[in-house]
Design a protein around this ligand. Structure first.
Ligand code: NDP
Length: 435
């Protein structure tokens, strides 16, 4: 804490890992030397830079850009770019730290990283978005590369932004490489990458439910967020027979008791991905649904909850409400959406609870598959990628069960994910000496 003042999110993420990993280290002598954990919590490199650009009105704008290169023990740094006004060093360090464990869990050779800027894409024109992405990449390009650091999307960075950043990288370097993932299909992107995080989250929830002889069929599902992860979590949950009744954004949530089916979801995608508008627009087309301003959807009764918006969006009181209302499964699509108090409530109630680093790893896993395809210079079909994604989510579930079972049938997925993720990175770091 002394070395990282004013970084509450980073300290929160480290504490959560330390609480489960330290007892494991105490039982396993080989991890007790060479300051292993101390090295793991220190980023290999932090890059902070000025991003200047000119808006449509001709005014000069200044933002701050970042790239956290957290850990490269098992592969090139890999992790998303976030554009959101709340972005700061603490948030990106927490995300990069989590990413290291998550990427290890995927079984693919990817280190951990994260980046972004305190740029607010809301209300910006397409031209302004492009100008910003180009200015951001002008500096970032000096620090990344197909074998060094391969960024992807995150909050505020989707296919459009990745495309603009890729174009600028190519212009500066005069080389066509897989330096970013989440690219468009026409220039090296992978099929299923847009769907992967949300789909993977639902596949993981399905594996958890199976351990209790349950599935999505006929279950009521509450989802927060309405961006990339939330949209495809909703799509897959619906395909598996669930009824998704909520979606949200930072201004409020919509509740549709009839379920947000494929047709309604197509409208949500139009609102969010084409019009860049608010989720409240939903009720204009579907007046039977209700819009609840200024609140989060956790008060809605459900069987399964998928938090897919942002960090710390589900607190202890809301967790209690979910449990009291009969929720049996929470699978995090976002990164660290549940506060530590909320996690404690879920674990105390012994309901199925998956931390994001396990349940949302399908996105980065498919990014890893995009890197493989780029290196091979070929493209796999949707079915092939989806099959691999399913297999990876199953493997992650198996790893969590291996390290998280308490012997009575209860699985602590937080402990399981942290230890499974830790072991591979720790072994690689020990083998590579003190670096
Ligand atoms: P998007 O930008 O596509 O969507 C983010 C959604 O979350 C929007 O609906 C947004 O609403 C909402 N949101 C953002 N900030 C807040 C806030 N402070 N309070 C309430 N709602 C908020 O991002 P993604 O869907 O890509 O990412 C969502 C989460 O999933 C993040 O935690 C991200 O780190 C995580 N994740 C994403 C992966 C990916 O592949 N994209 C992979 C793994 C994890 P609004 O429009 O009002 O801001």
């Amino acid at each position: 804490a002394k070395r990282n003042p004013n970084e509450p999110e980073f300290l929160q993420a480290v504490k959560e890992v330390a609480e489960t990993v330290i007892p494991f280290i105490e039982e396993n002598k080989k991890y007790q030397n060479k300051m292993l954990l101390e090295r793991m919590v220190e980023a290999e490199r932090v890059i902070m830079f000025r991003v200047t650009w000119i808006d449509d009105a001709g005014n000069t704008q200044v933002n701050r850009g970042y790239r956290i290169q957290m850990n490269s023990a098992i592969g090139p740094y890999k992790g998303g770019i976030r554009f959101h006004p709340s972005v700061n060093l603490s948030i990106l360090k927490f995300l990069a730290f989590e990413q290291t464990f998550k990427n290890s869990l995927t079984t693919l050779p990817m280190g951990g990283g994260k980046g972004g800027a305190d740029f607010d894409p809301k209300g910006k024109s397409d031209n302004e978005i492009m100008k910003f992405c180009q200015a951001f990449m002008t500096e970032l390009s000096k620090h990344i590369g197909g074998n060094t650091d391969v960024p992807a999307g995150d909050i505020g960075v989707g296919g459009r932004e990745v495309g603009y950043m890729f174009g600028q990288y190519k212009r500066l370097r005069n080389e066509f490489t897989g330096v970013l993932t989440g690219k468009g299909i026409s220039f090296g992107g992978s099929l299923i990458r847009p769907e992967a995080t949300g789909y993977g989250d639902v596949y993981f929830a399905q594996s958890m439910l199976q351990t209790k002889g349950q599935n999505f069929e006929g279950k009521t599902v509450v989802i927060s967020g309405s961006g990339n992860v939330a949209q495809y979590a909703a799509e897959k949950a619906t395909q598996l027979g669930g009824k998704v009744v909520t979606l949200s954004d930072s201004a409020g949530y919509i509740y549709d008791a009839d379920g947000i089916d494929a047709e309604k979801l197509a409208y949500v995608m139009q609102i969010k991905n084409v019009d860049y508008a608010r989720i409240s627009e939903y009720t204009k087309k579907y007046p039977n649904a209700k819009y609840v301003a200024g609140k989060r959807p956790w008060e809605v009764k459900c069987d399964i909850a998928l938090p897919c918006a942002t960090q710390n969006e589900l607190d202890g009181a809301e967790a209690k409400l979910l449990v009291a209302n009969g929720c049996i499964c929470v699978a995090e699509g976002a990164n660290m959406p549940s506060t530590p108090e909320a996690v404690e409530v879920f674990q105390h109630a012994k309901i199925l609870f998956a931390p994001g680093k396990a349940s949302n790893a399908g996105g980065v896993a498919t990014s890893g598959l995009e890197m493989s395809q780029n290196s091979l210079r070929l493209s796999w079909t949707s079915e092939e990628v989806d099959e691999r994604l399913k297999r990876i989510m199953l493997d992650i579930h198996t790893s969590c069960v291996k390290y998280g079972s308490d012997g009575t049938g209860y699985v602590d997925y937080v402990k399981g994910a942290n230890i499974a993720g830790f072991v591979k990175v720790a072994d690689a770091m020990l083998a590579q000496g003190v670096v």
